[in-house]
Design a binder for this molecule. Structure first.
Ligand code: SF4
Length: 411
């Protein structure tokens, strides 16, 4: 059977899709690129915003157009919260909720693009969330927080190491809650992972600021393999809006965490999620947000535009921001992100950083436009290029950063 897959949403979804494809391929199926005729289309969906849901519906319609006789299997968060609606769409043969997925899964980032499965691997260590932030439907879609034990997780990590992975990205819905159900902690896991031979680099894909303890920051700073790259959701830069969102920190705590990271790792890359246009975000509040974000050592932002999620508490909270204003706030945050990212990258010029060279044969796609070049990431997440040399693939090399080798792209 030929199978094509399409993934929307977070790194966790990408990890789960790739893991599923790896299994299906091992069972004798052929994986083809999305957009080609296939016998089965697998669509891993997201419910984080109304735009994400629209893209999910569009992907289902596209699959049905590509082959009206194909089976269409829809999985993921939108499938969980809107199973009936999806099941009624033409061509859909199966809707799988998140319970159908495995807890511990790992996978190459993008095997269908021909990237070396051994270069960078996503490893899901945790699923679900108990936080119930007022704007978020994910706890309804993915259920309560859960994870395997440290020892079980380390067993899987040793298998990943034996497969030759060089860099592992730890993913989860609320990664910082890893281990809580077993009386263990994320830090226990990080210590164990750091001592596994063979894996050269780890990144933590995202961690809530209140769960990023000082001990974790200090551990990352002195660890063998954890990289100076953090992704810490901020969501709002005003205490009033953070309270409406039921986030578990305030702007002072967030600032403290970032300053501690920068004191321990001055070249660290710090990414932040931020939401534009949440209820109660007046023009005055928004100006505070811009000033606050601008004052922080953030390297770039992931900007989301608020949209009502059915069933969430935010539907009844605070004053709604008109949609055109939400869009305008989004655009201003994106501009700020570009500016901060340029400043961060410029601050690294002339420094020597370790780069893991990725990929093997580089294909001419949007992400890899030049077939004669290869790409890699520094430890602090700056994308660089060099002429293609097969002996560099999957190797870490010290590189002095210059404008000529930096690939400037929006993150
Ligand atoms: S921490 Fe908040 S935003 Fe993140 S998944 Fe849990 S409820 Fe959603």
């Amino acid at each position: 059977m030929t199978i094509a897959a399409h993934t929307l949403g977070c790194k966790l979804n990408f990890a789960e899709t790739s893991d599923t494809l790896r299994r299906l391929e091992a069972e004798g199926n052929t994986i083809v690129d999305w957009g080609r005729p296939a016998d089965l289309y697998l669509i891993n969906t997201c419910t984080v915003t109304a735009v994400a849901e629209k893209k999910c519906r569009a992907a289902i319609r596209q699959a049905h157009r590509l082959n009206p006789d194909a089976q269409i299997v829809v999985m993921g968060c939108f499938a969980q919260v809107a199973a009936d609606e999806i099941a009624r769409m033409p061509g859909v043969t199966q809707v799988l909720g998140n319970d159908s997925k495995r807890l511990l899964s790992y996978s190459a980032e993008n095997p269908s693009a021909g990237s070396s499965a051994r270069t960078r691997t996503f490893f899901k260590i945790q699923d679900g969330c108990d936080y119930f932030c007022t704007y978020c439907a994910i706890p309804y879609a993915r259920g309560r927080s859960r994870s395997a034990t440290v020892e079980e997780t380390l067993c899987v990590a040793r298998r990943i190491a034996a497969g030759g992975a060089r860099e592992v990205v730890l993913t989860g819905v609320n990664t910082g809650t890893f281990g809580q159900q077993h009386g263990e902690s994320l830090l226990d896991l990080l210590r164990g992972l750091d001592s596994i031979d063979g894996i050269l680099r780890y990144r933590i894909s995202s961690i809530e600021p209140n769960l990023l303890t000082d001990d974790i920051i200090d551990f990352v700073a002195r660890s063998r393999a954890f990289l100076p790259h953090f992704h810490i959701p901020l969501q709002a830069g005003s205490d009033h809006v953070l309270r409406l969102m039921h986030r578990r920190y305030d702007t002072a705590l967030y600032r403290d965490k970032l300053l501690r990271i920068k004191a321990a790792m001055p070249d660290a890359c710090i990414a932040a999620d931020i939401m534009a246009g949440f209820n109660g975000e007046s023009e005055e509040e928004f100006r505070k947000v811009m000033d606050y974000v601008d004052s922080l050592p953030i390297s770039y932002l992931h900007v989301f535009t608020y949209s009502d999620r059915p069933g969430t508490a935010a539907l009844r909270l605070g004053e709604k921001v008109p949609v055109p204003v939400r869009r305008e706030h989004t655009a201003r945050l994106l501009e700020l992100s570009e500016r901060k990212h340029r400043a961060f990258v410029d601050s690294q010029i002339g420094k020597t950083r370790p780069v893991l060279w990725e990929g093997w044969k580089v294909l001419p796609t949007t992400h890899y436009p030049l077939p004669t070049e290869m790409y890699g990431w520094t430890d602090n997440y700056i994308r660089v290029s060099r002429p293609y040399d097969p002996s560099c693939v999957n190797r870490v090399e010290s590189v002095t950063l210059s404008p000529a080798i930096i690939v400037r792209e929006s993150l």
